[in-house]
Ligand binder design. Structure first.
Ligand code: URA
Length: 271
């Protein structure tokens, strides 16, 4: 039991954090709730902030990863075009992020559904969750500037490995990515791009199924193959734009990767 002065001190600290924009409390390592076989209810707020009623929802029935992947597969396969796939994602309840991190909505794509280049990021952040489109925050604005400079602006379809915001903007877990993967794969089939550009370490791992770090993967072409084996595409991994906001000196690496992509897209005999 806290004394009343300790109670006031805790309240004042929480109010300070809320004022500073802290809206989630995280451990150093993400908890993989699917693997753990349980889905926690949405985390309690750490500060006295009003919570939209849409943020407080029950966990979905069943938390078995295999069942969730099966359900995602059948919903994704049934989608005949990108808008049907968007509706399927919005209806899907098998990803715990929908109940843990997202306050507003599923975030699927922006860009051209017939684009020659598909970009796969990690997962939506707060701005994306609020607006319903990927890469619309600061990292997205940087991405857009770099794409425009590389001549790629209107030639992209942009999505993520997961479609709901991970709490506190942590990286999505492999299990969360696995549950969303059938929708990502179906998006690749429907858009049928000429190549993929994957942004950041966790997206590169999920898409390429390789354990190397992003610094060793980036700048080289890799191969992506669909589960059916019917589709193979070249993949360029590169650094995440959020990383570039913290380490601007790394921009030249991404710039070089983008030029490599543009060169291959524009090659007459490509890919
Ligand atoms: N970071 C991502 O990986 N994806 C987004 O949509 C936004 C930020």
């Amino acid at each position: 039991m806290l004394s009343s002065s300790a109670h006031r001190a805790v309240e004042s600290l929480l109010a300070f954090w809320a004022e500073a924009g802290v809206d989630a409390m995280l451990l150093d390592e993400p908890i993989d709730r699917i693997e753990a076989g349980k889905i926690a209810p949405p985390p309690a707020p750490i500060a006295p902030r009003p919570i939209p009623s849409s943020a407080v929802r029950p966990a979905p029935p069943g938390s078995d990863i295999t069942a969730a992947v099966e359900q995602a597969l059948s919903m994704a396969r049934a989608a005949g075009d990108i808008e049907a796939l968007k509706a399927a994602i919005e209806a899907f309840e098998g990803c715990p992020l929908r109940f843990e991190g997202a306050a507003h909505q599923a975030v699927f794509y922006r860009g051209d559904p017939a684009a020659p280049l598909m970009i796969v990021g990690e997962g939506p952040g707060a701005e994306e969750d609020a607006r319903g489109q990927p890469f619309v925050g600061r990292a997205g604005q940087l991405l857009d500037r770099m794409l425009a400079a590389a001549g790629l602006a209107d030639r992209v379809f942009i999505t993520n490995t997961v479609f709901w915001r991970p709490p506190g903007n942590r990286a999505p877990t492999p299990a969360e990515q696995a549950v969303c993967a059938p929708f990502v794969e179906r998006a690749i089939e429907l858009v049928n791009p000429k190549m993929l550009l994957v942004l950041g370490a966790s997206s590169a791992k999920a898409v390429l199924k390789k354990d190397e770090g992003i610094l060793s993967l980036r700048g080289r072409w890799h191969e992506w193959r669909s589960h059916s084996g019917n589709l193979e595409l070249p993949v360029m991994p590169t650094l995440h734009p959020a990383f570039l906001l913290r380490q601007p000196v790394a921009k030249k690496k991404v710039w070089s990767d983008l030029l490599t992509v543009t060169e291959r897209l524009d090659r007459p005999d490509r890919p």
